[in-house]
Design a protein around this ligand. Structure first.
Ligand code: TXE
Length: 478
């Protein structure tokens, strides 16, 4: 049955200006939610409420903030199966992945409940006689959170939890494909005893709601995850009015398979990193760079494993890969298969549309052998599409790995401590994985990249304080 989802503004559930729907990508005949779509004016009401609530919330005790976050985290964890089902229905990742994401969201709130209590400063003597110096962190004020559809519980959680923990008020705009997940999260947050206006949910288009947040002088900071194009627009707009900004954008992450790698382990890393979650992860490995001495054996094994992957309805048991999230993303994926073929990349497996019992966006994971200049080896597809590049030894593999405008993460599969250490040093990325898939990260340590992938301070872990607080230095003559 379709859920009805409202906006949450200044402590009240509000209808929107129009109504939108989200549908199940595994079963297009199922409407998951009808939701209230706000416009720019309604977004401004929420922003004003957040601005009015910010000063008092900024002075609230760490205990109060910790208690609220702990309650939110506990409820998410207690309801992870139900929330996971909603997520699998609305976004299309497999049920085990979706339940795992819900649990991750709960753990993130628990983690930041603890961080609220650990907001430490520094005290040091001045260089001047009789003077003491205190360095403290204060909330930034109103934080605008603009989230994508691919992790509809975890990404909002890793932005909302630190924002609230460090005493900021929040206006949260989810992606239009996943309103039911956003509303479920907001409903849990609405019962945590936060003062009206501290947390607001505003659903609607990026052009109206998102743009209102980006342009409002009352929004002190914007945390965004999404596409490079939108991220760049937000960067320009926030720079013009000097608002704080944090951007997580795309990736074209390499997985390097060295000559001494355990090839079964390498294939597992490649399959999980490239195709699980339908390849719709910014940490997905879409460039698999393989040493020439093991290239052909690796490709044969990877092909077999890829062909054996089960694609189907996200709620079905035993499925490895769910559907593509929507028609537009499916069209993008299919267009890249065409581009790959027309540029001369060699097709190894997959890429076909698949029919299942229900009408959904099912696509077989696709694998190509490519050259470094091919677009499929350079541009983020954001689907179950990967390519293999051949490398002539370690140095060439590292050079290929770094030959990209992106820099989110990179993986290496090797049995050599020396080479894995050198790879960790030389990879121009924010995160490195050794003998692990590039996708799949912990919730208590920093997340983010370099170059075109990220801008601004890291997300998650205690490094999140960098973005969600501002530093004050106080001098006292005692
Ligand atoms: O992204 P958008 P979409 C990439 C991936 C995917 C593509 C499109 O390649 O195929 O982006 O996805 C809001 N002002 N990634 O269309 O448009 C928008 O409403 C303010 C990679 O979903 O960037 C949504 O809430 N906000 C990425 C959010 O921005 C605006 C994850 C992201 O939408 C806005 C997701 C504007 N002018 C997509 N326009 C990753 N690497 O993790 C849009 N938005």
């Amino acid at each position: 049955m379709a859920q009805s989802c409202k906006n949450y503004i200044n402590g009240r559930w509000e209808t929107g200006v129009t109504t939108g729907i989200s549908s199940n990508p595994s079963d297009l005949d199922e409407v998951v939610a009808e939701y209230a779509r706000a416009d720019g004016n309604q977004a401004e009401v929420a922003i004003r409420a957040a601005a009015d609530a910010a000063p008092a919330w900024g002075l609230s005790t760490p205990q109060r903030r910790a208690d609220a976050l702990d309650q939110i985290g506990s409820e998410i964890l207690a309801r992870k199966d139900e929330l996971g089902q909603l997520l699998a229905r609305e976004e299309g990742k497999t049920l085990p992945e979706a339940i795992g994401e819900a649990a991750r969201a709960g753990n993130i709130f628990k983690f930041f409940a603890g961080e609220a209590l650990r907001a430490a400063g520094e005290h040091l003597p001045s260089v001047r006689p009789g003077v003491e110096v205190d360095i403290t962190r204060e909330p930034v004020g109103v934080v605008g959170i603009i989230a994508p559809w691919n992790f509809p519980l975890a990404i909002p959680a890793w932005k909302i939890a630190p924002a609230l923990a460090y005493g900021n008020s929040v206006v949260f705009k989810p992606a239009e494909l996943v309103p039911a997940c956003a509303a479920a999260l907001a409903e849990i947050i609405s019962r945590a005893g936060l003062p009206a206006g501290v947390f607001n949910l505003v659903m609607g288009s990026g052009r109206q709601v998102g743009q209102a947040m980006v342009d409002s002088p009352l929004v002190d900071a914007i945390s965004f995850t999404g596409s490079v194009g939108t991220g760049e627009q937000i960067l320009k707009a926030t720079a013009a009015r000097r608002a704080k900004v944090q951007l997580e954008m795309g990736g074209k992450n390499p997985l390097v398979v060295l000559a001494d790698a355990d090839l079964d382990q390498a294939v597992e890393c490649a399959v999980q990193g490239s195709f699980f979650s339908t390849g719709q992860r910014c940490t997905a490995s879409s460039r698999i760079i393989v040493d020439a001495t093991v290239h052909d054996r690796f490709v044969t094994k990877l092909r077999q494993r890829t062909l054996a992957l089960k694609v189907g309805h996200a709620m079905e048991r035993g499925i490895d890969i769910g559907p593509v999230v929507d028609r537009a993303q499916l069209d993008t994926n299919l267009s890249y298969l065409e581009i790959a073929r027309s540029e001369g990349a060699e097709h190894v497996a997959g890429g076909e549309l698949l029919e299942r019992a229900t009408r959904g966006h099912f696509m077989a994971p696709a694998l190509f052998l490519a050259q470094p200049q091919h677009r499929i080896a350079r541009e983020e597809v954001f689907g179950p599409v990967a390519c293999v590049l051949k490398a002539d030894g370690f140095d060439h593999a590292v050079a290929l790995a770094n030959d990209t405008p992106f820099g989110l993460c990179a993986g290496v599969v090797t049995q050599s401590l020396k080479l894995s250490t050198q790879f960790k040093r030389q990879a121009k990325v924010g995160m490195v994985m050794v003998n692990l898939p590039t996708a799949g990260v912990d919730y208590h340590v920093p997340f983010g990249g370099r170059k075109g992938s990220s801008h601004g301070p890291r997300e998650q872990g205690r490094y999140a304080a960098e973005f969600y607080t501002t530093v004050k230095t106080a001098y006292t003559l005692a």
